[in-house]
Design a protein around this ligand. Sequence first.
Ligand SMILES: NC(=O)c1ccc[n+]([C@@H]2O[C@H](COP(=O)([O-])OP(=O)(O)OC[C@H]3O[C@@H](n4cnc5c(N)ncnc54)[C@H](OP(=O)(O)O)[C@@H]3O)[C@@H](O)[C@H]2O)c1
Length: 316
Amino acid sequence: MSTHQRFTTPYGFHTTADEVLDGIDLTGKRAIVTGGASGIGAETARALAGAGADVTLAVRNVEAGNRVAREIAAKTGNRAVTAAPLELTDHSSVASFTDAWQGPLHILVNNAGIMALPELHRTSEGWELQFATNYLGHLNLTLGLHDALAAAGGARIVSLSSSGHLFSPVVFDDIHFERRPYEEWLAYGQSKTGNVLLAVEAGKRWADDGITANAVMPGGIRTGLQRHQEGAMTPETEAAFASFPWKTVEEGAATSVLVAASPLLDGVTGRYFEDCNEAELNTDPSPHATSGVRPYALDEGDAERLWDTATAMLRS
Ligand SMILES: NC(=O)c1ccc[n+]([C@@H]2O[C@H](COP(=O)([O-])OP(=O)(O)OC[C@H]3O[C@@H](n4cnc5c(N)ncnc54)[C@H](OP(=O)(O)O)[C@@H]3O)[C@@H](O)[C@H]2O)c1
């Protein structure tokens, strides 16, 4: 676990992505945003393109990706916005995407995700789907793009986590729910802890390549992510949704673009940000905790163990 001083910025809960990028010129920088056809990813891509970056939306629905790319180009006047197919749970799709990538990559935003599927779903390999999508797919993509990131000099990886990581560490003994009952929020939490550990380990492993990696909790934003909860609302969940401190999508993308592009973060790596600041450590065992970062998500031993375990899974 790191013992560094907490990193803070002048920004906060209501800061928008455009406010973070105000005055920052990303001309000549190339960025990939996974899940860039919707929600926080689309706004992250729009803001990065607005600051001048070339942006590739890595999406599984290419028609939607092309439509969003055209909308972003029209809004920003930046024509260097394109969509490319990427299905994170399909090894050959990830390989096609990374093989096709030419030249340096300055910003990788690992943003795509799924949340709290009520039923257990598995990939053809037998992997639990939230872990396979949110963590394993992004690890696979990131490994495939390593050389492009190293070639950029000072590249940044943004790993979308969530306060959901508070629900569960990575359960190394049974990552894929083969010997314990499936629980949708534990599975989401485990995958989102994985996303933090990915940033911790990539930041450490690839420091000599000039690559930094940080994790982000974007805040609560009403997007397609909540589709599985909205389909099964009880009076309790409806009340919880009504009182939740939601952010706008412009506020939700602010922490991602801060970590992706703000000069304030030059050299900062392996940390977890929320509301545009590094989060406080959360050691409160309460299941109702909603903010901060659990020590298990920053644990360097777990970060290395997960990287090794997961790369072995991907090779199997
Ligand atoms: N919204 C929140 O309140 C919140 C809170 C904490 C963390 N987050 C995190 O923020 C990130 C973005 O979420 P969002 O709220 O913007 O949700 P969203 O609008 O549902 O966007 C998620 C994107 O991921 C894509 N995706 C899902 N599975 C994929 C796969 N197997 N391969 C490739 N792409 C895939 C989706 O594509 P399709 O459209 O084709 O399904 C969608 O474009 C997620 O990582 C999420 O965990 C969100």
